[in-house]
Design a protein around this ligand. Structure first.
Ligand SMILES: NC(=O)c1ccc[n+]([C@@H]2O[C@H](COP(=O)([O-])OP(=O)(O)OC[C@H]3O[C@@H](n4cnc5c(N)ncnc54)[C@H](OP(=O)(O)O)[C@@H]3O)[C@@H](O)[C@H]2O)c1
Length: 324
């Protein structure tokens, strides 16, 4: 989708983006601005805590959005999921459920709920097809988060069936890119590895230690591609079935570490702490439905996206902008 192709659609919209100041959200908002929606509302958690129903209702009554894009979530890597499973379950389900219900009752025309690949069963046949979502329990370390998100798919489908509410559900694979969170305790795998390797390269460390065995595989989607895909879905997709949003290829964590080591200039040894969990054994999405239903295809290769992410990370370190 070029910035201009959707402009007729978007200029008529009053768009509310919740979670719009987060990592993915800030890229979605940047892209949306270029599409010139009639109104663009991007509240922070302080402006509207989505776990509070009165706050959600008063936001929607005040702003009267025609389109809601819900990107708000509490999320993070394996460590963050293991540290706060209760919070990850409760806040994700309550934020999404309240926002969707208030949107339906208060006249919103369409809502896009973002899901997560963590909802897929632990041993989903690869590549993951949308039809496999309910064929088993998710990988234990991220199940509370994944199930809370998956419940919102049921809500979207039930609301379409009972109330004719146009709620769609898009499932992005793991994202990475500029603006990601680089806190070692809570970050996802790519920012954690970039930080580790870049720091080790700068201090000429002999080795770095990584979690797990390195054998698990993952797929990664560059965040600007993800933002483009979500807006294409928001504009063009109006059906109950969930749709995967991915890059369409997988890489082992071992190969990923080697690639990031190369891009950051770290030449030392990579040690594996196999007492730490690998997480889900394999992650790789089947991505043909996104192309068929709303024309999305990822454009940024992993190496190209990682180069931009490493450059962004280094610019932040140089500017003293990374506080954690
Ligand atoms: N990152 C990934 O790899 C990935 C992959 C698949 C799906 N997703 C999904 O994509 C979405 C965005 O993820 P992200 O990585 O961009 O996360 P993020 O950077 O942590 O952003 C999450 C956003 O949610 C907001 N939020 C959290 N609790 C809130 C509350 N109680 N009330 C209002 N807002 C609240 C945060 O607001 P404040 O900034 O004001 O705290 C933040 O803007 C999430 O739904 C996530 O599940 C992400």
């Amino acid at each position: 989708m070029t910035e201009r192709s959707g402009s007729g659609f978007w200029t008529a919209q009053r768009v509310l983006v919740t979670g719009g100041r987060g990592f993915l959200g800030s890229h979605v908002v940047e892209r949306l601005k270029a599409l010139r929606p009639k109104v663009l509302i991007v509240p922070s958690r302080r402006d509207c805590d989505l776990t509070s129903l009165p706050a959600v209702e008063s936001l929607i009554k005040k702003e009267r959005p025609s389109m809601v894009i819900n990107l708000a979530a509490v999320c993070g890597g394996i460590g963050a999921n293991q540290a706060e499973p209760g919070r990850f379950f409760y806040e994700n389900i309550i934020m999404g459920a309240q926002l969707m219900d208030a949107s339906r009752r208060l006249g919103v025309e369409k809502l896009l709920q973002v899901g997560t690949v963590c909802s897929y069963p632990k041993h989903t046949p690869v590549p993951f097809e949308e039809e496999s979502l309910w064929d088993g329990y998710p990988e234990e370390t991220n199940a509370p988060y994944g199930i809370a998100k998956k419940a919102l798919l049921v809500q979207a489908q039930a609301y379409r069936q009972q109330y004719g509410f146009n709620a769609i559900y898009i499932i992005p694979i793991n994202l990475y890119g500029p603006g990601d969170h680089f806190n070692l305790k809570t970050s996802h795998v790519i920012p954690a590895l970039i930080r580790k390797c870049a720091t080790a390269a700068e201090t000429s460390a002999r080795s770095i230690e990584c979690w797990g065995t390195g054998k698990a595989t993952r797929e990664f989607l560059y965040v600007e591609d993800a933002a483009r895909g979500l807006l294409m879905a928001a504009e063009r997709y109006n059906k109950p079935a969930p749709i995967n949003l991915g890059f369409g290829g997988e890489i082992s964590i071992k190969e990923l570490v080697e690639l990031i080591a190369k891009l950051t200039g770290f030449k030392g040894e990579i040690l594996w702490d196999s007492r730490k969990p690998d997480g889900q054994p394999r992650r790789h999405l089947e991505v043909s439905k996104a192309l068929k239903e709303f024309g999305f295809k990822a454009e940024t290769s992993l190496e190209e996206g990682l180069k931009k992410t490493v450059a962004w990370y280094r610019s932040q370190v140089k500017a003293g902008a990374l506080t954690e």
